[in-house]
Ligand binder design. Sequence first.
Ligand SMILES: Cc1cc2nc3c(=O)[nH]c(=O)nc-3n(C[C@H](O)[C@H](O)[C@H](O)COP(=O)(O)OP(=O)(O)OC[C@H]3O[C@@H](n4cnc5c(N)ncnc54)[C@H](O)[C@@H]3O)c2cc1C
Length: 385
Amino acid sequence: MDLTYTEEEEAFRARLRAWLAKVLPTLPARPAAADWPGRRAYDAAWQRMLYDAGYAGLHWPRDAGGQGATPTQHLIFLEETELAGAPYVGANFVGLLHAGPTIAVEGGSEQRARWLPPILRGDAIWCQGFSEPDAGSDLAALRTKAVRDGDAYVVTGSKIWTSHAEVADWCELLVRTDPAAPRHRGISWLAMPMDAPGVTVRPLRTLAGSTEFAELFLDEVRVPVGNRVGAENDGWRVTMVTLSFERGTAFVGEVVACRRVLGALARTARANGRWDDAVLRRRLGRLSAEFTALWRLTQWNVSAARQPGGGVPGAGGSVFKLRYSHARQELYDAAAEVLGAGALDADQEWVADRLSSLSYTIAAGTSQIQRNIVAERILGLPKGR
Ligand SMILES: Cc1cc2nc3c(=O)[nH]c(=O)nc-3n(C[C@H](O)[C@H](O)[C@H](O)COP(=O)(O)OP(=O)(O)OC[C@H]3O[C@@H](n4cnc5c(N)ncnc54)[C@H](O)[C@@H]3O)c2cc1C
C-alpha cells in the first residue's frame, strides 16, 4: 500500500484545516455527560455543519449520498478533525459509523433514500438493539421475537446496553423471525422507529455519571415489513456486515485522539518532574510506538475496505479493536502515574475518559471474542466449540 499523499490530497488537507480553523472557535462547549438531550442537539448541529461544508459521509459511496472520497482523504479527515480538537461523532456514532454504512451496502434504493440523508444531515440519531440479557457475546442466542402479521412484524422482547437509546429516533434491531430454524438462520435485521407504540426506554447510569446506555422493552411493537434490511431470516449475514464496520472502521479517529492525549501527558510529565523516571519514560515511549502502529493498521484496514469487491472491512478489524481497546486503557493508566493525586480530580475531563476506557475491551465484542475471531478467521485455527 502506498502511504504517501498526493498533491491533491494535501490540497484537501489544507482546505479542511482552513475550514476547521474558521469554524471551531465559534462552537460552544459540549454539554455535560449527563445531559443527553443537550448532547444530541450539539452533536446534530456539528453534523449539520459538516454536511453543509461537504464533509458529511466523506467515505460513503456517492449513490448513498456520500462524497465518495478516497480512503486517504477519509484518513486525512479523521486525522485533521482530531488534531484540531473538533467535536467527537458522539450520538451520531451508530448512524454514521455502522447502521448507515450497513444500509448503504445492504439496503434497497428506497431504504437508502429514506434513511441515509437524515443521518448525514444530523437529523436522525440511531441506536443499536443487538445485545440481550442472555445474548451478548453469544449474539445468535437472541430471543426477541418478531411474528409476521400482514404487512408488519409484531416485535416482543427486551434489549440491553443500548447506547444513545434515550435520544435515538431509529434502532437497528435484531429479531428472531423463525424460532424453528438453526439459531444463526432465523434472525432478521429491522429498522425500528423508537417512537412506535410499545417501545419503553429505561436509562442506565454509568460509573462516569452518564445515562449513555438504556434497557429497551418491546411490547408488541409493529414494525413494517418494508423496514427489514436484507431478506427475512438472513439477518445474521447483515449483522456480520454491521459488526465489521463497527470493529473495523468505527474507532479509527480515536487513535489520533489517543496520540494527542499522549503528547499532552509527555508535556505534563516534563513540567511536573515525572519525566525523570526512566520506567515511566519507557512506558510512554512504548505507547507512542503502539499508537503509531495502530494508525498504520488503520490505514491498511480502511484502504482494504475500499478495494474492488470490498466495501466491507474484514476480520482484520478485530485485530485493530483488540489492540486499540487495550492500548487505550494502558494510556489512561499511564496518565494516572503522570498526574499522581490529580488522577482523582473528578472535574477533569480525562478522569471521565479513564473511566469510560474500561468499557472498551467489552463494547463492540469483548477481547476474548476478538481473539476467537482472529484465531479462527485469520490464523485458521480450529473452532473452540
Ligand atoms: C460501552 C458499551 C457500549 C455498548 N453499546 C451497545 C449497544 O449500543 N447496543 C448493543 O446491542 N450492545 C451494546 N453493548 C453490549 C456489548 O456488545 C456486550 O456487552 C458484549 O457483546 C459482551 O456481552 P455480555 O456483556 O453479554 O457478556 P458475556 O457474553 O456474558 O461475556 C462474559 C465474559 O465471558 C467471555 N466469553 C463469552 N463467550 C465466550 C467465548 N465463546 N469464548 C471466550 N470467552 C467468552 C466474554 O469475553 C466476557 O469476558 C455495549 C457494551 C459496552 C460496554
